[in-house]
Design a binder for this molecule. Structure first.
Ligand SMILES: NC(=O)c1ccc[n+]([C@@H]2O[C@H](COP(=O)([O-])OP(=O)(O)OC[C@H]3O[C@@H](n4cnc5c(N)ncnc54)[C@H](O)[C@@H]3O)[C@@H](O)[C@H]2O)c1
Length: 290
């Protein structure tokens, strides 16, 4: 992409963390920004911050798990700004826990937001991105989309899925003479955001259960709580989300597919690929908690 000036950029999960940093970065580059998030107060606060930059901004309360809500986001974007050039499918949630301790609601919540959210975004926006003279679509996966971190199976499943979808789309857009759509996937390592409190946006009907009732007391087994506490501690020392946003914008300017905030983590990915090539059973070289 040559310039962001006047481009219309839609960001999901825009009220916090990486999505908020992306939105501020697009506004600073002169884009018109559409903020989409399920968390109302944080969404309005982000809109106020972007308005202070004198940038055209629209905030649309959106639940990416709900196809109609994403359809509405797309309709309002087109109605307000007349088109769309950039889509960042960024909303995502996660939580730790061993597969043997997962409830179906854990799988459903994480996959609904982190994988179906991306699918809904592509389904509604891609035809308009293809119509645009120049456009770019980025989805936020994770290093957990490139390696199977123990204790994060639903998140890993969602993020491997996001990488697969975006890689497929990259090949398809490359072969499509009608389309001028750049494609990127963001695979961050640890970034200082609010993802450790992702449960704040978990809908009641997908909360953990004991029998037929929502389980408000023992929300997760001890191992999952210990894992989540370790993740929260690591996040405090994580990368600044603004730095990740700059990497994403650079990738859009340079039409680069892979955006890896922590390339040193590729050692684990390369180890996995080598074991696969050698048909060896998987092992890990990093010290992930288990
Ligand atoms: N922080 C990290 O270390 C890290 C690492 C790898 C990948 N990621 C990914 O980065 C993305 C952004 O997360 P973050 O770390 O900035 O976390 P965050 O919690 O700070 O921001 C996520 C945003 O998504 C919103 N959201 C949650 N459910 C939603 C829904 N159903 N519809 C619309 N919006 C919803 C939240 O309200 C929040 O504003 C996620 O996809 C996450 O999986 C984060």
């Amino acid at each position: 992409m040559e310039t962001m000036k006047g481009r219309v950029a839609v960001v999901t999960g825009a009220a916090s963390g990486i999505g908020k940093a992306l939105s501020l970065a697009f506004a600073a580059e002169g884009a018109r920004v559409v903020l989409a998030d399920v968390e109302d107060d944080a969404l309005m606060a982000t809109r106020t911050e972007i308005e202070a930059l004198d940038a055209p901004v629209l905030a649309v309360k959106t639940d990416v798990t709900d196809e109609n809500s994403v359809a509405e986001l797309c309709a309002v974007t087109l109605e307000t700004f007349g088109g769309v050039n950039i889509l960042c499918n960024n909303a995502g949630v996660g939580g730790g826990g061993l597969v043997k301790n997962q409830q179906l609601v854990d799988w459903k919540w994480v996959i609904d937001v982190s994988l179906w959210g991306v699918i809904h975004g592509l389904h509604h926006f891609l035809p308009h991105l293809i119509e645009a003279e120049e456009s770019h679509v980025m989805s936020t996966a994770s290093v957990a989309g490139l390696m199977a971190v123990p204790g994060l199976a639903p998140y890993n499943a969602a993020k491997f899925g996001v990488v697969a979808i975006m890689e497929t789309l990259h090949h398809e857009m490359d072969r499509d003479p009608e389309a001028n759509v750049g494609v990127s996937v963001l695979c961050p390592g640890v970034v200082r955001t609010n993802i450790a409190t992702a449960q704040r946006n978990r809908p009641d009907h997908l909360r953990r259960r004991r029998g037929e009732s929502i389980d408000q007391t023992a929300k997760a087994p001890e191992e999952a709580r210990a894992r989540n506490a370790a993740i929260a501690a690591a996040l405090e020392n994580g990368m600044d989300p603004g730095q990740v946003a700059s990497q994403v914008l650079n990738a859009m300017y340079e039409r680069r597919f892979w955006v890896l905030s922590h390339p040193e983590l590729l050692a684990e990915v390369n180890h996995r690929n080598q074991e696969l090539a050698d048909l060896k059973n998987p092992t890990l070289i990093s010290s992930f908690t288990d």
